[in-house]
Design a binder for this molecule. Structure first.
Ligand code: ADP
Ligand code: NI
Length: 229
């Protein structure tokens, strides 16, 4: 009883320490990777984990909090330095016991490895990856994509190249390196890449919203040149 209370107090402290660590280390990132992305992934991951009963909620929360700290896309090429920072932090905060597992999952969850179709073997990775992917689709996913596109000064849309939705076979015109093309390259595929049943269910209406958005987008784009419904 006392032991459990001590453990819980200790864990709450570790969560607060991790929140502070993450806030400090995310502050130079773009707004699609800000604290609110971390908060959303944390909530989604905790919910998925609760529904699926896969992991200790503590390790899920810690991993969700830390999952983007070493992201090289915005931190330059010093991803290894990012991992080292996480390693040191976990060690000095008394989390050596979960450190190796958490860092292994963080390394695999980055968007670059989101493309591969290999089945992730660790249930902790299933949960974090699903939560991160859910935050990339739906209304929030759209907001993040256009925010990222703006950050990179990419085109909103470039109707020069034909892209197709490999899952539905829908063919739409789209240019490379526009934000609309990112929908075909990644966002529309994410629904089919969810690991857990809970995430698959949550992905349905977010995915539909992507399709609804594209439909309306093309309708407005083609204004005066014929309907595309
Ligand atoms: P993560 O949250 O896993 O770190 P990324 O760093 O790959 O994911 O992407 C962060 C956000 O930026 C996501 O919402 C993603 O859809 C968006 N994004 C990534 N690449 C592009 C791109 N080329 N065009 C538009 N949005 C992008
Ligand atoms: Ni993320």
């Amino acid at each position: 009883m006392y032991f459990i209370e001590f453990m819980e107090m200790n864990r709450n402290e570790q969560i607060s320490l991790t929140e502070e660590f993450v806030k400090t280390n995310l502050k130079d990132y773009d707004s699609g990777h800000d604290w609110w992305h971390i908060e959303r992934v944390r909530k989604l991951a905790s919910f998925i984990n609760e529904m699926e009963q896969l992991e200790d909620p503590f390790i899920v929360e810690i991993t969700a909090l830390l999952h983007d700290t070493a992201d090289s896309k915005f931190a330059g090429e010093d991803k290894e330095q990012g991992y080292k920072l996480i390693d040191d932090f976990m060690e000095k905060s008394g989390m050596s016991d979960i450190k190796d597992r958490v860092t292994a999952v963080i390394k695999k969850v980055s968007f670059s490895s989101k493309n591969n179709r290999e089945e992730p073997e660790d249930p902790l990775l299933w949960v974090i990856q699903d939560a991160d992917r859910l935050d990339a689709i739906g209304a929030i996913g759209i907001a993040r994509a256009f925010n990222y596109g703006g950050f990179r000064n990419n085109k909103i849309y470039n109707p020069a190249v034909v892209n197709s939705d490999e899952n539905t076979g829908d063919v739409q015109e789209s240019g490379t390196s526009s934000t609309i093309s990112h929908f075909y390259e990644k966002l529309l595929l994410l629904k089919y890449r969810m690991n857990t049943l809970t995430a698959k269910k949550l992905a349905v209406d977010r995915h539909e919203f992507l399709e609804l958005f594209l439909k309306q987008f093309y309708k407005e784009w083609d204004f005066g040149t014929g309907e595309r419904l």
